[in-house]
Ligand binder design. Sequence first.
Ligand SMILES: C[S@@+](CC[C@H](N)C(=O)[O-])C[C@H]1O[C@@H](n2cnc3c(N)ncnc32)[C@H](O)[C@@H]1O
Length: 378
Amino acid sequence: MERTDRGAYRGDSGGDGDSVEEQRRMGDIRQHGRHEPPEGHGGHPGGEGGIAARVEAARAGLDPLHVPVMLDRIVELLAPALGEPGAVLVDGTLGLGGHSEALLRACPDMRLVGVDRDTTALERSAERLAPYSDRVHLVHAVYSDIPRALDEAGVTGADAILLDLGVSSPQLDETDRGFAYAHDAPLDMRMDRTQSLTAAEVVNTYPVAELTRVLRTYGEERFASRVARAIERQRAQAPIESTRALAELVREAIPAATRRTGGHPAKRTFQGLRIEVNAELSILESALPAAIARLSVGGRVAVLSYHSLEDRMTKRALAGLATDTTPADLPVPLPDRQPELRLLTRGAELPTDEENERNPRAQSARLRAAERVRPPRQ
Ligand SMILES: C[S@@+](CC[C@H](N)C(=O)[O-])C[C@H]1O[C@@H](n2cnc3c(N)ncnc32)[C@H](O)[C@@H]1O
């Protein structure tokens, strides 16, 4: 099952540089394994050999069928910041704890602050991480609460921050959660089941213009307006309450010729609704700069995106802080306008073909990472 709609990176990008082909041409994406190691990569602790050993340690004991997305690269990028005793990793999207477990194994002196908005994910990862419980602090929160979670854990600065965005495989696979068009279930799609907004409420109460925006912007659905109008007609008869009813309605609304290509016709509508229900993009936009502000000097941040808009926000947030903002007409660089971050990835990195083959969920992943080189600008 796919974690997100692969088509999210394939749709009409409007010429803004989001399609894979356009980004490859512009040098903004490259496949992991085909890039030069970034400057300083592997320099600490233990150099290149030290990192290779950590990657190996991270993989030891992992079920080969459940390897987290771009695991080796995440370990290569983050482990150098997690070698000192008491170093803190903040995993803002803990999920099943796969990346975190690997880093706990690779970096025996680090501590983990693990955050997830889904209580089921937290319960499962608490079990998985039980062997490391003396180094693990789990928090039920949205990752925009990372600063508060750090305060509560008595931590001033994070040494590494990881965001692996989107929905997890268990969320897709638990049929009653309503994320999957392939299973009949109530239209729910909440990652945090304590929040009130559900997909049923979006579908049955949003004005048509709003629904169209959600499906077009977040789902990248070419026929957003047709689907939204079909929803409006249907809900005037009776509320749409199940995933099957919605999937069927979308299938009918989409021109027959396009139904035969591009996977299940409801895939994009479901993705759009999920992003809206969980406010995924608006949270990322404000939370990423706030989390980065808590990164210690020498600390590293890595973000795995699965949607072109997530990747664009990540790119802007990292590139903005990696730029000298001295006004162009000044003769010398101003010390307080110097870059806070150094980019560790050149453009976005993609999984290897081998990983994509092994794990279809990885196919839409893009990874960007950076290191803090100066305290935050005032
Ligand atoms: C792709 S999974 C992470 C998988 C994890 N890296 C692993 O190795 O198991 C994403 C997780 O992030 C959580 N999540 C998504 N958005 C979130 C947010 N804004 N705040 C906190 N958790 C969030 C989801 O509930 C889900 O469990």
